[in-house]
Write a protein that binds this ligand. Structure first.
Ligand code: GDP
Length: 301
């Protein structure tokens, strides 16, 4: 995909420099490869795991050349990306696992949370599903305004209350309304204030509790939105949010225009939470359902 162009160039240049023209895979090649992966934002932890696995295979098949190394690297990288449990895997077109399907969207302000919700709404709607938005980030007037604009663009209804009202009350109204409208998908925006971890935890668990008064199994998905262009910072945010709540999926935004897309590998591997969507631009169409084969393929071709 063109949205990943810079990541791809960065990744390829570094990796191919490390292995180009080498007839056997020795210590030096592996060192260079390790350095290449770290500098392509794959993260130390994930890089070390990949290198260790390659070392094992090299020890087994002594005379690997650079072409074989390339394909092993591709396989090992794919291994680091987790799949969604099949009960929880879907795309815009398939039937969702339950009706309504409630997606709670979390993440720090500025990462592209509102934009991602708008894009999701547009795509689900386009695929024939009825969507309802809930503006439960009641702390910033701009957040509600932005979400309202996206609801108009995507042509889906939105539930909101006055600024400063209880986010849990908005979430409750939204889910209740979704049940009575028989909506297919509910997308609930939340405030992304990280400065106080206890507060974040309390707020998210309160939202969960009230949603569960209406639908005991909900939220069906807690989608964490991370800004891929911030590289290793995105990993830090993932740490905070996974500690504060039960995150079930990730969306990684702004992969267009950044060379740091290798961070997708670091995030997926380190947290063992599937990446389900990637953002590759500011427009409604610029959201892709993440496919690990396609993603890794595109890094290598
Ligand atoms: P929020 O505060 O997390 O809700 O962030 P917004 O949704 O308002 O997005 C912040 C900025 O990032 C806006 O200017 C968006 O247009 C931009 N943005 C969001 N997603 C993407 C993306 O995938 N690619 C690019 N290039 N920009 C994005």
């Amino acid at each position: 995909d063109e949205g990943l162009q810079k990541t791809k160039e960065n990744f390829l240049t570094k990796v191919s420099k490390a292995i180009a023209g080498k007839s056997t895979v020795d210590e030096e090649v592996l060192d260079d490869l390790e350095e290449a992966l770290v500098s392509a934002d794959v993260g130390i932890e994930t890089t070390v795991q990949i290198i260790e696995r390659i070392e094992k295979r090299v020890a087994r098949d002594k005379y690997l050349d650079s072409k074989e190394l390339n394909s092993i690297l591709q396989q090992e990288i794919e291994e680091t990306l987790v799949d969604a449990p099949s009960a929880n895997s879907y795309d815009f077109h398939t039937d969702l696992p339950s009706k309504p399907y409630v997606i709670l969207v979390v993440g720090v302000n500025g990462v592209g949370k509102t934009t991602t919700i708008g894009k999701l709404a547009y795509n689900f709607k386009k695929a024939g599903k009825s969507v309802l938005l809930g503006a439960a980030d009641t702390f910033r007037a701009a957040a509600v305004d932005q979400l309202t604009i996206w609801s108009e663009r995507a042509d889906v209804p939105i539930i909101k209350q006055a600024m400063g009202s209880d986010p849990a009350a908005v979430a409750f109204d939204t889910v209740q309304s979704a049940v009575s409208r028989q909506a297919d998908v509910v997308l609930i925006d939340t405030a992304g204030r990280l400065h106080n971890k206890i507060h974040l935890m309390d707020e998210l668990s309160k939202i969960r509790r009230v949603i569960q008064k209406v639908i005991p199994e909900a939220p069906h998905e807690v989608l964490l939105v991370l800004d891929g262009s911030t590289g290793q910072n995105a990993l830090e945010q993932a740490k905070h949010f996974t500690a504060a709540t039960d995150v079930t999926a990730m969306a990684i935004t702004k992969l267009d225009g950044t060379a740091k897309g290798g961070v997708v590998l670091a995030i997926a591997n380190q947290f063992k939470i599937p990446v389900k969507f990637i953002g590759v631009g500011e427009k409604m169409e610029d959201l892709l359902v993440f496919d690990k084969h396609e993603f890794v393929d595109s890094l290598f071709s």
